[in-house]
Design a protein around this ligand. Structure first.
Ligand code: URP
Ligand code: ZN
Ligand code: ZN
Length: 466
C-alpha cells in the first residue's frame, strides 16, 4: 500500500515545515517538495497539519476493577482512540497476586490479539514480587514489556508495600527498565475514608474529600526517594496536583531520573464536578480525584516548562448505568475511572495550542514523542521521519466539534457518557493513518479488527547507550 500525503504542514516535536510524505510498506520512505509517485493514492493535506500519530501511554481496556470490568474492549477502545488521532496505546497487564507476572501478561496478550485496531504495548502491573520471582522481570523485559506499574494506593487490591516496591525497583534498575508509580498514600487515605463513612459521608463528593493532595505529594516524594536508592528511573502516572508536581520538580532539580504524566481531566475538570445532582458526580470518580481548580494552572505551567513529560488519558471507562451505579449507597463502591482515550488530542490542541499555553511542537512532544522515547518506541513511533512507522494524523485546525455522547463524530467509546460533555474544540483529526493504512477518514472507520500489532519496546536504559 502506497500513499502520498501532499502539501501538509508537517509538525513534529522539533520540526515545522511544508512538504509531501511518501508512504510505502507501512513506513515513511521519502519526505520532500513536489514528490511524484506513479499510481499511488494521494491525500491532499493543503491547509492541514500532519502530526505523528498520538501515543497514549496509559489506558485500561477490558480490565477487571472495582467489582466490574472496564467497558471498552481492545477492539472498541482502540477504535475510539483511532478516531481521536491516537495510533498507539500502552495498556496495563495485571499480575494476579501470588501468581506469575508472565501468566498475567499472557492473559492481556489474549485480550488484545486479534482485537486491537492500532498498535499496543503493555506495562506490567506488579502486585507482589518476592525475591524468588524477580527473574520474571528480566523475562518480561526480554519480551518487550519494559515498564512496570506499582501502586501505593488501593490497599488489599493492587497495593504494594514499600519492601515490594524497593525490591521491584532494584531489579528494574538492574535491567535498565522503568517503574511507573501510582503515588498516593493509600494506607492513610483508607483511614480517612473509614472515618468519613462512619460519619455518613457517602456521596460521590467524599471521594475527593478523602484523598488530600498532600497524600499524593507524600506518595510522589516516597516513590522518588525509593527509586533514587534503588537506582531506577521513575515515572509518576496521572499526576493531578501542585503538591505532587512540587516533589517531581525538586527531584529533577537534583538530577534524578523522575518523570511525570498528567491527564486532560486534571487540566480541564475540577472537584466541583462531584457536586452534580442525581449521583452524576459518580461519573468523575477516578483516582487521583479531581482537584481544586487552582491546581490546573500549575499543571499547565509544568507542561510548558518541561516538569511534566507526557499527557496520557488513564482511560478506564465504566458506564453510568449498571457500573457507576454500584456505588449509589457509598462512593467507596463506585468503580474508579473515566473515559477519554478518544478526546485527548483535540482537547489538548484546543486548550493547549489554541489557548497559547503550549507550542505546536510541545503538543507533539507531550502527546506522542516523549512517550515513544521514554517507553522504548522511538524513532519507530513518535515522529515523522524516513524509516519511521507511517502513523500519521492529518489534522484540520479549523474543524469545530462539540464533544458529546450525542455527537457521532466524537464518541465511539463503549460507554454511556462523555467526561467532557459539551466541551467545544477547534481542531480535529480528519484522516488517521496507522502503519501506512488509512484507518479513519470522512468520519468512518476503514481499519480492520485485529490489525494492531504488539510493540516489543526497548529498555529506557538503551536511551543512555550510544
Ligand atoms: O481511577 C482510575 N485511575 N482507575 C484506573 C486505575 C488507576 O489507578 O490507574
Ligand atoms: Zn493509577
Ligand atoms: Zn490508570
Amino acid at each position: 500500500m502506497s500513499l502520498l500525503i501532499r502539501s501538509g504542514r508537517i509538525v513534529t516535536a522539533v520540526d515545522d515545515y511544508f512538504a509531501d510524505i511518501h508512504v510505502e510498506g507501512g513506513q515513511v520512505v521519502r519526505i520532500g517538495k513536489d514528490l511524484q509517485v506513479e499510481g499511488t493514492r494521494v491525500i491532499d493535506a493543503t491547509g492541514k497539519i500532519v502530526f505523528p500519530g498520538g501515543i497514549d501511554p496509559h489506558t485500561h481496556l477490558d480490565m477487571p476493577f472495582g467489582g466490574t470490568t472496564s467497558a471498552d474492549t481492545f477492539e472498541t477502545g482502540t477504535r475510539a482512540a483511532a478516531f481521536g488521532g491516537t495510533t498507539t496505546i500502552i495498556d496495563f497487564a495485571i499480575q494476579t497476586k501470588g501468581r506469575a507476572t508472565l501468566e498475567g501478561l499472557e492473559t492481556w496478550h489474549a485480550k488484545a490479539a486479534g482485537q486491537a485496531v492500532i498498535d499496543y504495548g503493555f506495562h506490567m502491573i506488579v502486585t507482589d514480587m518476592p525475591e524468588e520471582r524477580l527473574g520474571e522481570m528480566g523475562r518480561l523485559a526480554d519480551g518487550g514489556v519494559t515498564s512496570y506499574k506499582l501502586f501505593m494506593a488501593y490497599p488489599g487490591v493492587l497495593y504494594s508495600d514499600d519492601a515490594t516496591i524497593y525490591r521491584a525497583m532494584r531489579r528494574a534498575g538492574e535491567d535498565g527498565t522503568m517503574i511507573c508509580m501510582h503515588a498516593e498514600n493509600g494506607i492513610v487515605i483508607d483511614e480517612i475514608i473509614k472515618r468519613a463513612v462512619e460519619e455518613g459521608k457517602t456521596a460521590p463528593k467524599y471521594h475527593a474529600a478523602t484523598r488530600p493532595t498532600r497524600m499524593e505529594g507524600e506518595g510522589v516524594h516516597r516513590a522518588i526517594a525509593i527509586a533514587e536508592v534503588a537506582g531506577v528511573p521513575v515515572y509518576i502516572v496521572h499526576l493531578s496536583s501542585a503538591d505532587a508536581l512540587e516533589e517531581v520538580k525538586r527531584a529533577r532539580n537534583r538530577g534524578v531520573h523522575a518523570y511525570a504524566e498528567t491527564c486532560p481531566q486534571y487540566l480541564l475538570l475540577d472537584e466541583s464536578y462531584y457536586d452534580k445532582p442525581d449521583f452524576e458526580g459518580a461519573k468523575y470518580v477516578m483516582t487521583p480525584a479531581l482537584r481544586h481548580k487552582d491546581n490546573q494552572d500549575v499543571l499547565w505551567k509544568g507542561l510548558e516548562m518541561g516538569h511534566l513529560a507526557t499527557i496520557a488519558t488513564d482511560h478506564c471507562p465504566f458506564c453510568f448505568g449498571g457500573q457507576k451505579e454500584l456505588g449509589r449507597d457509598s462512593f467507596t463502591k463506585i468503580p474508579n475511572g473515566a473515559p477519554g482515550v478518544e478526546n485527548r488530542m483535540a482537547l489538548i490542541y484546543h486548550h493547549g495550542v489554541n489557548a497559547g499555553r503550549i507550542s505546536l511542537n510541545k503538543f507533539v512532544e507531550l502527546t506522542s514523542t516523549a512517550a515513544a522515547k521514554m517507553f522504548g518506541m522511538f524513532p519507530r513511533k513518535g515522529t515523522i521521519a524516513v524509516g519511521s512507522d507511517a502513523d500519521l494524523v492529518v489534522f484540520d485546525p479549523e474543524r469545530r466539534e462539540v464533544i458529546s455522547i450525542d455527537n457521532p463524530a466524537t464518541h465511539h467509546m463503549k460507554v454511556d457518557y462523555s467526561t467532557y460533555e459539551g466541551f467545544v474544540v477547534k481542531g480535529y483529526p480528519d484522516v488517521v493513518i496507522a502503519r501506512g493504512e488509512v484507518i479513519v477518514e470522512g468520519g468512518s472507520f476503514h481499519g480492520r479488527t485485529g490489525r494492531g500489532q504488539f510493540i516489543r519496546r526497548a529498555r529506557y536504559g538503551d536511551l543512555l547507550r550510544p
